[in-house]
Ligand binder design. Structure first.
Ligand code: ADP
Ligand code: MG
Length: 240
């Protein structure tokens, strides 16, 4: 579903990604972890073409991202992205947040978009809040809306960038529960997170990044039981 080959990226003279290669198969859940500044956010943004790369290649769902003919807007519509800060439109109601891109990007009619939005809203347990505005919901609820909004686009894969790290502790699980359910339903997911409980529960593989490199890319059992690099050992010792 997602293939990265020798991906390198620079911000000016600073190399943020260094020859990153990996593959995420359909239905796989891959957790990306590593120290702050190691390039995790940049890596998953490249998968959604939100950040251009200077070397290497990325293919998503059979589409070559670096091909000039590729319609990036269409690609982004098919790859859901959920950020640390929910980035809902504050001046739109919850249901409007859920329907906007369906109408504008997928050209769905208003009724179909609304029906889909409400269906996904109830799936994340928030049907009763359809008419409210984002500011009236808790952080955990807003993040669940953000997930529902991404799912409204019928994504082929979902990317998450530290979806729970801006949340109060008591709200983390309600968001992780939705993600666990998605994983069990077979969604292809790349998840940047330090929630190792989530990784243990649903990840197939763990990628560990350090200074722009993919230092480990292994089955989760091996990552937790037997991290190869010193950096990963240090990292695990600090967060577990
Ligand atoms: P992580 O998500 O692992 O914390 P990031 O991908 O956000 O790491 O950032 C990796 C490195 O790239 C950091 O050193 C960061 O300061 C730098 N960086 C990120 N975004 C930019 C940018 N737009 N311009 C310049 N440097 C950036
Ligand atoms: Mg980050």
């Amino acid at each position: 579903m997602i293939t990265l080959k020798n991906v390198s990226k620079w911000y000016g003279h600073f190399q943020v990604l260094n020859e990153c290669s990996t593959q995420v198969n359909k239905g796989e859940v891959v957790v990306v972890c590593g120290p702050s500044g190691s390039g995790k956010s940049t890596l998953i943004k490249t998968v959604n073409a939100l950040e251009p790369i200077q070397q290497g290649s990325i293919e998503v769902n059979g589409i070559q991202l670096n091909d000039k003919k590729t319609n990036l807007a269409q690609l982004r519509a098919k790859v859901g992205m959920v950020f640390q800060h929910f980035e809902l439109f504050p001046h739109l109601s919850i249901v409007e947040n859920l329907t906007l891109a369906q109408i504008k990007v997928l050209q769905r009619n208003k009724e179909a978009a609304r029906e889909k939005g409400l269906k996904l809203l109830s799936r994340v347990g928030l049907a009763v809040h359809a008419g409210k505005f984002p500011g009236q919901l808790s952080g955990g609820q807003q993040q669940r809306v953000a997930i529902a909004r991404a799912l409204c686009m019928d994504p082929v894969a979902m990317l998450f960038d530290e979806p729970t790290s801006a949340l109060d502790p008591e709200m983390i699980n309600e968001v992780l529960d939705v993600m666990v359910e998605l994983a069990h339903e077979g969604m292809t997911m790349m998840v940047v997170t330090h929630e190792m409980g989530f990784a243990r529960k649903v990840a197939n593989r763990v990628i560990f990044m350090d200074e722009g490199r993919i230092v480990e890319d292994t089955r989760k059992e091996d990552f937790f039981a037997n991290p190869r690099s010193e950096r990963a050992k240090d990292f695990l010792a600090k967060i577990l």
